[in-house]
Design a protein around this ligand. Structure first.
Ligand code: HEC
Length: 166
């Protein structure tokens, strides 16, 4: 079921505390800390590449260049990006989706991933996978898609223009 932009705003506002509590069950600190980072999406929008879920984008202080979008350049180690998500089924029932995270690691961490560590946190707090760590194979598909962006964009895909915080 597709929501209007207005409905997506209401659902997110209503679900945000539940989302935060869900991800906070993870022992990965950023899974609860991300909600204090700056948000770069004006509201939830459908991301076909993340399971057609409704998503928003956050970046920590080290990743503040994200707000320059196509001009951001390469990100420094310590830059962290997070994308929370929810889905709506055919009956209009809403549920929390995974938290998608990227963290820039020191040079040499993983040349295939552009030194990004990809992590997927499930709504029960379980880590589905993290690059070079537990369940690494489960997040290889993240690399496969993100690495395809223009090299000067450093694997960062950016969000649709109409939903960017300017
Ligand atoms: C088929 C392509 C594809 C796959 C697979 C994919 N992503 Fe993305 N990702 C994108 C696109 C496109 C965007 C930006 C637009 C959007 O939000 O849909 C994005 C945005 C992001 C962002 C926000 C930062 C940015 O790049 O702008 C994060 C964080 C992220 N993805 C994490 C992940 C993780 C973690 C996985 C694997 C579990 C993953 N992605 C799998 C295409 C993909």
């Amino acid at each position: 079921m597709e929501l209007t932009d207005e409905e997506a705003v209401k659902v997110y506002d209503c679900l945000f505390p539940t989302m935060k509590a869900a991800y906070a069950k993870s022992d990965k600190g950023d899974a609860s800390g991300y909600s204090n980072w700056r948000r770069y999406s004006t509201q939830s929008y459908v991301s076909a590449t993340h399971g057609s879920r409704y998503v928003q984008n956050y970046a920590n202080a080290s990743a503040k260049a994200y707000g320059a979008y196509e001009e951001a350049g390469a990100f420094p180690p310590g830059a962290k990006l997070a994308k929370d998500s929810f889905m709506v089924n055919a009956k209009g029932e809403v549920s929390v989706g995974p938290l998608f995270m990227m963290e820039k690691m020191p040079a040499g961490f993983n040349s295939d991933s552009g030194d990004w560590r990809y992590t997927m946190v499930m709504p029960n707090g379980a880590i589905a996978g993290t690059t070079n760590g537990q369940g690494s194979a489960n997040v290889e598909f993240c690399i496969g898609c993100h690495i395809a962006v223009a090299p000067e964009q450093d694997s960062v895909m950016l969000l649709p223009e109409e939903y960017r915080v300017k």
